[in-house]
Design a binder for this molecule. Structure first.
Ligand code: FO1
Length: 313
């Protein structure tokens, strides 16, 4: 069974670890958000691509969610001491190797997807990891700070530097309209037996992927083969800031309502057991509604969820 997953950060990483236990890893293609990529200290950082890579390679830090297990931050501390711009973003010492390698290969003229393939291979990842595009796309957040001043922030400035403290007014995916899906993205959607929308932040992680010309239409075309897992459990995201961004796009922060963000795209929608009271409402919004334990503390729980998602009809 060929599975194509649309993915962002931690929630996707956890789910994908289960997915590659449920089906052969070689049969999985992951299309990953690059809207929160950022250049820091001259290095190209692709947080979601790296999260997916580290989770699939089994080297992710389960607690922190991002970066590698056993990470140290000596270089980041020194950069802060030096007052380096961008030192508010913690690049781990091991993680730095990935960014140095990526930046070097990009400078040699390789595309982001070629570089990603090289990196995932070196990490022993057997699934195909495709950045959504090789073109520059940046998620930008228009917000107002506590003094009422308008801000136009890179997503990482909003989330990491400023701690999601500002009132968000709108979100845009800069460059998306001019971007092309990276090679393999559209065929991976067209040829999949199942297209999974991972339990990632809809606005920050999946929205940018769907904004790449051709992607939304390709997913919509797959109709009953498209299944999504709610990233909202008990009225809040398990991690991250989806609760702050969903209202900005007019979507309520609950497991059923969040399916409406994917209106016309998801055929089957899985909510968490804790939200069983929302099952009836979910069934009014999507053709097939399912309930399962979506909190993936372990790989076996993630595998059980992946099997449920693939079998739901
Ligand atoms: N998230 C943080 O909250 N603080 C950080 O300093 C931070 C550094 C970081 C470095 C590399 C990386 O791949 C991810 C990192 N993240 C950090 C996570 C990241 O900001 C977001 O959670 C994702 O971009 C959203 O999926």
């Amino acid at each position: 069974m060929r599975v194509t997953a649309l993915a962002g950060g931690v929630g996707a990483g956890k789910f994908l670890r289960g997915l590659v236990r449920a089906v052969p890893a070689e049969d999985v293609t992951v299309i990953v958000n690059t809207g929160d990529d950022i250049v820091l200290h001259g290095l190209h950082v692709s947080p979601d691509v790296d999260s997916v890579t580290y989770w699939l390679a089994g080297v992710a830090d389960r607690e922190r969610g991002w970066g590698m297990a056993g990470e140290t931050f000596r270089a980041a501390e020194k950069l802060r001491e030096l007052g380096a711009p961008g030192s508010w973003f913690n690049l781990g010492d091991l993680d730095l190797a990935t960014h140095l390698f990526r930046t070097d290969l990009l400078a040699l003229g390789m595309s982001l997807s070629e570089v990603t393939q090289r990196i995932t291979e070196r990490f022993g990842v057997r699934s195909l990891v495709l950045p959504m595009t090789d073109d520059p796309v940046t998620t930008r957040v228009q917000a107002v700070d506590e003094s009422g001043s308008s801000l136009d922030l890179h997503f990482q400035e909003y989330w990491v530097q400023r701690g999601a403290q500002d009132e968000v007014q709108s979100i845009r995916y800069e460059g998306a309209e001019q971007a092309a899906p990276s090679r393999g993205v559209i065929p991976a959607i067209e040829e999949a037996d199942v297209v999974v929308i991972c339990p990632s932040n809809p606005v920050a992680s999946i929205g940018p992927i769907l904004a790449i010309p051709g992607v939304r239409a390709a997913v919509a075309e797959r109709d009953e083969r498209v299944v999504g897992v709610s990233p909202i459990v008990g009225g809040a995201p398990l991690r991250g800031m989806a609760d702050k961004l969903l209202p900005v796009v007019g979507v309520d922060v609950d497991a059923a309502a969040v399916a409406t963000y994917y209106d016309g795209l998801v055929h089957r929608w899985v909510i968490d057991r804790r939200d069983t009271d929302l099952l009836e409402r979910t069934a009014e919004l999507v053709p097939v509604a399912g309930v399962f334990d979506t909190v993936m503390d372990t790989d076996s729980r993630a595998e059980a969820l992946a099997r449920y998602v693939l079998d739901l009809h």
